[in-house]
Design a protein around this ligand. Structure first.
Ligand SMILES: [Zn+2]
Length: 366
């Protein structure tokens, strides 16, 4: 291979690394396409030891950015908060004994890590929890209901995405041009037409600077409270043409981080994709051990979003068809089984449901 070919491969490998989005393994990640449409990314590469997962954004134009949503596993109710212990056991902490702290991207309840994610999201939860601690019980109940309603507000998440699409138009155009300059124009100038090398380098540097300036302006509108992150990201974009190509990723990634995945799916997904995500999230909320109050509220709001899309929530709770020879299914993940068993081997849910002769489940525990 020629020196130019080797150099090109090294730069492209570095660019691919730039396209990787590292998230909490519990996150739901969407690829945002054109015209406010998007689709859920299939499961990323999970690194359990590091408590992280890797999702690869499409490296080629039109450079679709990724959207990350991460709904917290802790459950708030007017009397206490419920968290999962290290072995999955539920632990209840009363508001009077709750101590909320944060460490970078981690939120801690009485010293136990309960959420790891976007810094703005962690800061928002910290402020909410401090307010809830000081509130009276009726005030707390109303505030938690409001927080849940806002998290499931698909119209609000759609509006935020529309603002992003509108304001990031130039960034999307210029970052695609930067991809062309870096991977086609520069190699052409280096290998075939050296007289073009100087103008090509000037073009790449100027484009990076333009993207950094535009990024600063749009980021300030979308993320008012994260000045430090904005400062660091702007310099990275200005100094690295590879980072400049992925400017939209940095802007888009945490755009709807505080919204429930069902609200985001309702805003950007096709009917079929929405049905799949909504069913998955509804079953998870309904068949995961939870405080009754929180579960009832969350499930009710998810069902409301599902109905707004013209679907009947109950239809999403059973498998669409019974596979040959199967007699049981898991109501949480819909895995089907040919023999009797105590718990689901996929998700660990214990109350499996028998198929009736008509091919649907008999009953399930709400
Ligand atoms: Zn299961």
């Amino acid at each position: 291979m020629t020196e130019l070919g080797s150099l090109f491969l090294i730069v492209f490998a570095l660019y691919i690394v730039q396209c990787v989005c590292w998230v909490n393994p519990d996150s739901v990640v969407f690829a945002l396409g054109l015209r406010d449409r998007g689709k859920k990314k299939s499961r990323g590469l999970t690194l359990s030891g590091l408590d992280t997962a890797a999702f690869l954004a499409n490296p080629l134009p039109p450079l679709s950015p990724l959207l990350v949503t991460h709904w917290p596993a802790f459950q708030l109710n007017p009397d206490s908060v419920l968290i999962s212990g290290p072995n999955g056991e539920a632990t209840s902490i009363t508001w009077e004994t709750l101590v909320v702290t944060r460490s970078g991207s981690r939120l801690l309840f009485n010293g136990t890590s309960v959420f790891k994610g976007d810094e703005t999201q962690v800061l928002g939860y910290c402020q909410l929890l401090q307010q809830l601690r000081q509130a009276t019980r009726p005030q707390r109940e109303r505030a938690i209901e409001k927080w849940l309603r806002e998290g499931l507000d698909s119209k609000a998440s759609a509006r935020r995405l529309q603002v992003f699409q509108r304001r990031s138009l130039w960034i999307r155009i210029v970052s695609n041009l930067q991809f062309f300059f870096l991977f086609f124009l520069l190699p052409f100038a280096i290998g075939i037409y050296p007289r073009m090398l100087r103008p090509a380098i000037i073009l790449v540097v100027a484009t990076s600077v333009i993207l950094a300036i535009e990024f600063w302006s749009v980021h300030r509108k979308l993320y008012k409270k994260t000045a430090d992150t904005r400062f660091t990201a702007t310099f990275t974009i200005a100094l690295s043409p590879l980072a400049a190509i992925r400017t939209c990723d940095t802007l888009c990634r945490n755009l709807v981080a505080g919204y429930h995945p069902v609200a985001v799916a309702a805003a950007i997904c096709t009917d079929a994709a929405f049905e799949a995500i909504a069913g998955e999230q509804l079953r998870y909320a309904k068949f995961t051990s939870a405080s009754d109050w929180y579960q009832k509220k969350l499930v009710g709001l998810i069902e409301q979003v599902i109905r707004q899309r013209g679907l009947e929530p109950r239809r999403l709770l059973t498998p669409s068809s019974q596979m040959s020879g199967c007699i049981l299914y898991c109501p949480r993940c819909l895995t089907q089984y040919v023999t009797n068993r105590e718990e689901c081997s996929d998700c660990g849910h214990k109350a499996l449901v028998a198929f009736t002769s008509s091919g649907t489940g008999t009953s399930f525990s709400p």
